[in-house]
Design a binder for this molecule. Sequence first.
Ligand SMILES: NC(=O)c1ccc[n+]([C@@H]2O[C@H](COP(=O)([O-])OP(=O)(O)OC[C@H]3O[C@@H](n4cnc5c(N)ncnc54)[C@H](OP(=O)(O)O)[C@@H]3O)[C@@H](O)[C@H]2O)c1
Length: 305
Amino acid sequence: MSARVVSLTGATGFIGSVLRERLVARGVEVRALARSRGGTAEDGTKWIKGTLEDEHALAELTRGADAVIHCAGKVRGRDARDFDAVNVQGSKRLMEAARLGGSCERFLLISSLAARHPTLSWYAASKFEGERQVRAVAGAIPVCIFRPTAVYGPGDRELRPVFEWLLRGWLVTLGQGDSLLSFLHVDDLVSAVMQWLDAPVVQSQTFELCDGQAQGYNWASLASIASDIRNAPVRQAVMPAAVLKGIARANLVLSRFTRRAPMLTPGKVNELMHPDWTCSNALISATLGWEPRILLRQALRNHLF
Ligand SMILES: NC(=O)c1ccc[n+]([C@@H]2O[C@H](COP(=O)([O-])OP(=O)(O)OC[C@H]3O[C@@H](n4cnc5c(N)ncnc54)[C@H](OP(=O)(O)O)[C@@H]3O)[C@@H](O)[C@H]2O)c1
């Protein structure tokens, strides 16, 4: 498919801004929803000012678009309602607008690997339910769901400090230290989106995505990679689970006074402590021909974050 007009949400965020740049570079007309700006940018992006709660803005965003890429999402919140309002209700509203618009031939939802385990956290539950609701109201529009693992790259603020400390020779491991993690570079995720956009035919499918390190990473392998790159040892400090949970609970209490959504909540601790975040790219590779190019080792060595 050679999409002429693509509607994009989340284009002011970490992943969405890379997506927008890549779409613009391909000569696609990008309509991007933003809470903070409107008008036409120098690179041709048409910013539609509004939110996922605003049906008029969503109608304007999706009118005449061949494809919709939904990358907006709530990644931190103070309670389940915070997450549901955006990740469930907002996603559903966007799909309804796309369907009413009548031109959308394919819809991509950037969900999360966390949706695999909806009981872990408010975030995971909302991503899972968002997927379900989007599919339920899609009508004839094929819905593709990407479930990327932890994404990193330039512009990311969550993993960058961890990687910077790692390359300085420090790693704080969480709990018993035997969890299996996986990662994905933002450029690879964006390439997967482009391959979905280019595929002549798409079906409603759900894909998991990671950097292709089949057995994932544990704390020891992260330390070993960094140690190779530094040519010096990496010191590991263990953060006991009870301490992490205590901080997370305190964050939630504090957020009631500050009204700021914390990143580290009890649900996030459950996600961090989950024993297995490995996944397989087999289905997306077989379907879209996508293969990731950047292994974490390479990204750390070349400072691609
Ligand atoms: N980063 C990861 O490791 C990762 C991994 C797996 C899945 N994901 C998913 O990927 C998506 C993007 O993540 P990210 O890391 O790029 O997050 P991010 O940097 O926090 O960006 C979130 C984007 O969503 C927008 N947004 C939030 N609430 C909105 C609302 N009510 N109406 C309209 N726009 C709203 C934000 O707009 P403002 O700029 O106005 O706040 C921003 O553009 C999310 O759906 C997330 O669940 C991320």
